[in-house]
Design a protein around this ligand. Structure first.
Ligand SMILES: [Zn+2]
Ligand SMILES: [Zn+2]
Length: 337
């Protein structure tokens, strides 16, 4: 089958990968759309010699038509499905709660990568794409696009009326802006891209401001919160400076939630965790317990399709990645014949 192959140094091409086949636990779909995730950038930017052997691509937000499913499963050829790539054992106490991502025996379906003509996923972690949802929207609904912010919303609990500062307006920050605003929170978004600041407003942010060295984000947040600081600070950026800035923006007994992958950093916890009595939490991917809430968001009319700013035919993957890293995009989706 044809698939996107990362070549290193942010270059990709269309190459060949072995076509996956279904087994008693998994189905194979013919891919109709696959969205690009920020988590792919690490591998995309590697040097050619650093790329793992046999690596093709990191695509994992995938929808398509079932081609082959195990006998006795709830799926059959022709069904429209999306992929949750983390699947639990189905039997442990975590799995019983629908918290598959915590399962000690979880499987991850990510090889071959999902930017390809076919993709394999577990039958218990495939989700049906509702009628009336086009393929790119289906990739957002069933994948990280909606799954990640819906999971973060579960972690945060009721945020209605609360002031949420979202630091970083890449796809994760933007989707959280949408979900939090839709749920009644008051959101201020911050990013260094004017494009993304504008997009955050379109997605429901009450305020959205430029960040970066020449902008006083702390002042902007303090003005917005009458000097108290934000009830919730969401860190959706991968830079250590942003993480530390988040500490300065949270109010007494406020909450900091980390939703962007971050490398190692050093900080002093005294001010924020002792004197300000703040709480810190994180949120990773999404689990089967989150799917009903994702579907409910769809049924409530949440305009998650607005997260998609660009669609490219799969063959134009290079242009898609270039657009994704430009900062002038929301979700970028590849489409397939
Ligand atoms: Zn992802
Ligand atoms: Zn389990």
């Amino acid at each position: 089958m044809r698939s996107v192959h990362c070549l290193g140094d942010s270059k990709v091409t269309i190459g060949e990968s072995p076509k996956p086949s279904a087994d008693e636990l998994s189905l194979v779909m013919r891919v109709k759309a696959s969205a690009i995730c920020g988590s792919e950038l690490h591998a995309l930017r590697m040097k050619p010699e650093e790329l793992p052997a046999e690596y093709d691509n990191g695509g994992h937000e995938v929808v398509g038509v079932v081609e082959e499913a195990p006998a006795g499963s709830e799926f059959k050829a022709g069904d429209r499905v999306g992929a949750r790539i983390v699947e639990g054992c189905g039997e442990c106490t975590f799995c019983e709660q629908g918290y598959d991502t915590a399962c000690l025996n979880k499987r991850i379906y990510a090889e071959p990568g999902g930017h390809a003509e076919y993709f394999r996923v577990g039958v218990r972690s495939a989700h049906r794409v509702p009628d009336g949802c086009d393929w790119p929207e289906g990739a957002i609904l069933t994948g990280d696009g909606l799954g990640v912010p819906i999971r973060a919303a579960r972690r945060l609990g009721d945020t209605k009326g609360k002031q949420v500062a979202v630091l970083g307006l890449g796809p994760v920050g933007l989707s959280n802006t949408l979900v939090q605003s839709w749920g009644g929170a008051r959101v201020m978004g911050v990013d260094i891209s004017a494009y993304r600041v504008n997009l955050a407003k379109e997605l429901g942010a009450e305020e959205a401001v430029l960040g970066g060295e020449s902008h006083d984000v702390e002042q902007a947040v303090m003005d917005w919160t009458d000097g108290r600081g934000a009830d919730i600070v969401m860190i959706a950026a991968g830079r250590a400076e942003v993480f530390k800035t988040g500490f300065d923006l949270v109010r007494q007994q406020g909450t900091i939630i980390q939703v962007g992958e971050l490398e190692e950093l050093t900080f002093n916890p005294s001010g924020v965790f002792i004197r300000r009595e703040a709480t810190m939490m994180g949120s990773w991917y999404y689990a089967s317990q989150d799917w009903p809430n994702m579907l409910a968001a769809h049924e409530s009319g949440m305009p998650y399709g607005k997260l998609i700013t660009h669609r490219f035919p799969f063959e134009e993957a290079q242009a898609a990645y270039d657009t994704f890293v430009s900062g002038e995009s929301g979700k970028v989706v590849l489409t397939y014949e």
